[in-house]
Design a protein around this ligand. Structure first.
Ligand SMILES: *Cc1c(COP(=O)(O)O)cnc(C)c1O
Length: 391
């Protein structure tokens, strides 16, 4: 037997983390790392945040799981808070980003089909997109490396160039039900959409009666300095998928929708055994306690401004290693001139965790709670790592 007990679907770095403290992770061998990957934008409030720990402990003493056959108080509270702070009127809870996207796609199809438009099922997505690893979401993402060996593709996804409104319009047919776009592509390499493009998608969706879905699984929940990245463009979608940061490290996803879009998602149309379970709701409500507190999101923006202003000159200092800094808020991509995996490895050797992304990008997705000390430490590590890589 050569296969590992854990199915080897990941190329893992040989390190085991034992515990976390704020923006820091401590490995079993005692090494300390500054966590600017945050479990891929998940641990938005860092590790072992006292408020989150207390909330989860308190819930763990009371009730772990309760079926969706019954009302769940934490769901009602979290849904109302998401509704009060967004475009949405209603929320479905699930356990991951891919599941949030599945709900979004199902809701969009049902919107048309329940009104008699049985032929409307196709969804237009953008090249470079990532929407998850289920059969439907790998078809939505359209990336060969994710589809290879998993034929046949789930039918009904059409792909156009990200940011190109002419291609978007040209791809719309009588069968089109919805458009799905990440306001900032994450896995694709931190590629922000223009505000004009996002507004244009709203116009085109209205013109053709399509459902406009934003995948904010990575860029949502305060990462850009707004609760939702699309708020920067002042555009209102019909549906948004949310996950990663929502539980601060506890698995939880959410599909937010307007009343109009979700009108036909009646009892029995969709479900999830674990979706919105009391532990997940306790974690997510605790995350919102912090993120929605007055001044928190403004602070994310000022923190991001400090990080960007210190990062940019260091990146400019090493033109053999780096190209540009791009993204928004604390969702940052460094384009690389050498393989991004080499940069991530060198950063890790200097004590900084980062994440590779598409388009040869290194992603910096620090917890939203970092301060001056973490910014200075991270930029110092990037400086040293890049100096070695340049030599
Ligand atoms: C991570 C991600 C997903 C998938 O989330 P999972 O929790 O891994 O299923 C979907 N969309 C975007 C934009 C993501 O970044």
């Amino acid at each position: 037997m050569t296969i590992t007990a854990v199915m080897p679907t990941y190329a893992r770095t040989d390190v085991v983390f034992d515990r976390g403290e704020g923006a820091w992770l401590i490995a079993t061998d005692g090494r300390r790392f500054l966590d600017f990957g945050a479990g891929i934008a998940v641990t938005a409030l860092g590790h072992a945040h006292p408020h989150l720990v207390a909330a989860l402990k308190a819930q763990a003493e009371k009730l772990w799981h309760c079926s969706n056959l019954y009302r769940i108080a934490g769901q009602e509270k979290l849904a109302q808070r998401l509704v009060d702070n967004s475009f949405a009127d209603t929320v479905f809870f699930c356990n991951s980003g891919a599941e949030a996207m599945e709900c979004a796609i199902k809701t969009a199809r049902r919107f048309h089909q329940a009104q008699g438009a049985k032929h409307k099922y196709r969804v237009i997505t953008a090249r470079g997109a990532f929407h998850g690893r289920t059969l439907a979401t790998i078809s939505a993402g359209g990336q060969e490396k994710h589809l290879d060996g998993f034929a046949p593709r789930v039918e009904g996804f059409d792909q156009v160039a990200f940011g190109n409104m002419n291609e978007m319009r040209a791809a719309i047919t009588p069968q089109t039900a919805a458009i799905v776009v990440e306001p900032i592509q994450g896995e694709g390499g931190i590629v922000p959409a223009d505000a004009d493009y996002l507004r244009g998608l709203r116009t085109v969706a209205d013109e053709f009666g399509l459902v406009l879905i934003f995948d904010e699984v990575q860029c949502g929940l305060g990462r850009t300095g707004k609760l939702f990245a699309h708020e920067w463009a002042r555009v209102k979608p019909d549906i948004v998928a949310l996950a990663k940061g929502l539980g601060g490290g506890f698995p939880v996803g959410a599909c937010l929708a307007t009343e109009r879009a979700a009108k036909f998602m009646s009892a029995g149309t969709h479900g999830s055994t674990f979706g919105g379970n009391p532990l997940a709701m306790a974690a997510a409500n605790a995350v919102l306690d912090v993120v929605l507190a007055p001044g928190f999101l403004e602070k994310v923006t000022t923190t991001a401004e400090k990080l960007w202003s210190k990062l940019q000159p260091v990146v400019a200092k090493y033109p053999k290693v780096f190209g540009q800094v791009r993204g928004k808020g604390l969702m940052i991509g460094l384009t690389c001139k050498i393989p991004n995996g080499d940069v991530v490895a060198k950063l890790m050797a200097h004590g900084l965790l980062s994440v590779v992304g598409g388009d040869n990008v290194v992603r910096l997705l620090p917890p939203l709670i970092i301060g001056e000390a973490e910014i200075d430490a991270a930029v110092g590590m990037i400086d040293k790592a890049a100096a070695e890589l340049s030599a």
